[in-house]
Design a protein around this ligand. Structure first.
Ligand SMILES: Nc1nc2c(ncn2[C@@H]2O[C@H](COP(=O)(O)OP(=O)(O)OP(=O)(O)O)[C@@H](O)[C@H]2O)c(=O)[nH]1
Ligand SMILES: [Zn+2]
Length: 294
């Protein structure tokens, strides 16, 4: 008899699924299918007290993923919020934040930027860099995972959140502070799968309370957006989106076309020139990726 379960961890071809009654089973897939993500609702056949087989994923509300021309990598399914974790040190990448914001907008996922390690004296420099994103309308929440997480807590309430960010920003420290037995559970799963790894190398889903869940994901170095079309791109950047539909040509690419509303907004100072440079660089990258796809 088939049942519905939730993927709480994915380890390549092996998944841990949780049933409605809280039981956890190790699950394999049928054939070579591996396109399931942490957070997916799946239809499974239970084989015995420990094992199951995944038949298919149920319809996803959202799917956060990154991609280049050759492959895509799922980050998490069914999340309602992405918490982009940056830190006062080591230095964070603006490029990664901007890309993660676009990926979130494309899926209708609410983004929040979380500045961690605010206990360190370098916080002011990071804070002023993040003012840029506040200006775009994105919330920035300041915390210290080691000392005080309370500013983040209301943001997590009632949401399925995924923590995303570069390595070393403090995602696992946040997770461990919020879920006291998170470390122990990673260890338990690693031992069960005999991977020998005791760090979070794969996304893991945790329950925070009856209505809130948290997914910790492995550190990212890049965030490919090959799944997004060149035409869609400016709509996913809130400062650009405001001016869309106002260019003289309906198919304006916001390059050298006369009467481009984006260029006019830049001249008027309401869009930063570096955003147009970023848009154009992404347009070129996505066009190149699209022409590589078969
Ligand atoms: N001072 C200070 N250090 C912190 C804080 N949060 C995390 N750290 C330290 O930052 C380092 C990296 O933290 P992790 O939680 O492992 O970072 P991560 O983002 O999970 O990294 P990956 O698992 O590689 O993706 C560790 O040495 C933490 O102790 C904080 O609020 N303040
Ligand atoms: Zn234009």
């Amino acid at each position: 008899m088939s049942e519905t379960a939730r993927i709480v961890t994915s380890y390549g071809k092996v998944y841990i699924v949780e049933l409605a009654d809280g039981r956890r089973l190790s699950a394999s897939t049928r054939g070579k299918k591996t396109d399931y993500a942490c957070g997916d609702q799946v239809d499974i056949d239970v084989l015995n007290a420990e094992q199951a087989v995944i038949n298919k994923a149920l319809k996803r509300k959202t799917l956060l993923y990154r991609s280049d021309a050759w492959r895509s990598k799922m980050i998490a399914a069914n999340v309602t919020q992405i918490v982009i974790v940056v830190a006062t040190e080591p230095s964070f990448s603006d490029e990664l934040i901007s890309r993660a914001l676009i990926a979130a907008e494309a899926e209708g996922i609410r983004p929040v930027i979380c500045l961690n390690k605010c206990d360190l004296p370098v916080a002011d420099a990071a804070r002023s860099r993040l003012a840029y994103y506040t200006g775009l309308g994105y919330p920035v929440v300041e915390i210290s995972a080691k000392q005080d997480l309370t500013p983040l807590e209301p943001w997590l309430d009632g949401q399925v959140s995924v923590l995303v960010g570069q390595s070393g920003m403090g995602k696992s420290t946040i997770t461990n502070a919020l879920i006291p037995d998170a470390n122990a559970r990673v260890k338990e799963i690693s031992t069960a799968l005999d991977s020998g790894k005791h760090t979070t190398t794969h996304a893991q889903l945790y329950k925070l309370n009856a209505t809130s869940e948290l997914i910790d994901s492995p550190g990212l170095q890049s965030f490919g957006l090959a799944h997004i079309s060149v035409e869609e791109l400016p709509r996913l950047m809130p400062d650009m989106a405001r001016h869309l539909g106002q260019c003289r040509f309906h198919n304006c690419r916001h390059r050298q076309e006369p009467g481009c509303a984006i260029h006019e907004a830049i001249a008027a100072g309401s869009i930063a020139n570096e955003r147009l440079v970023f848009l154009q660089r992404l347009q070129d990258e996505l066009s190149a990726a699209a022409s590589c796809k078969y």
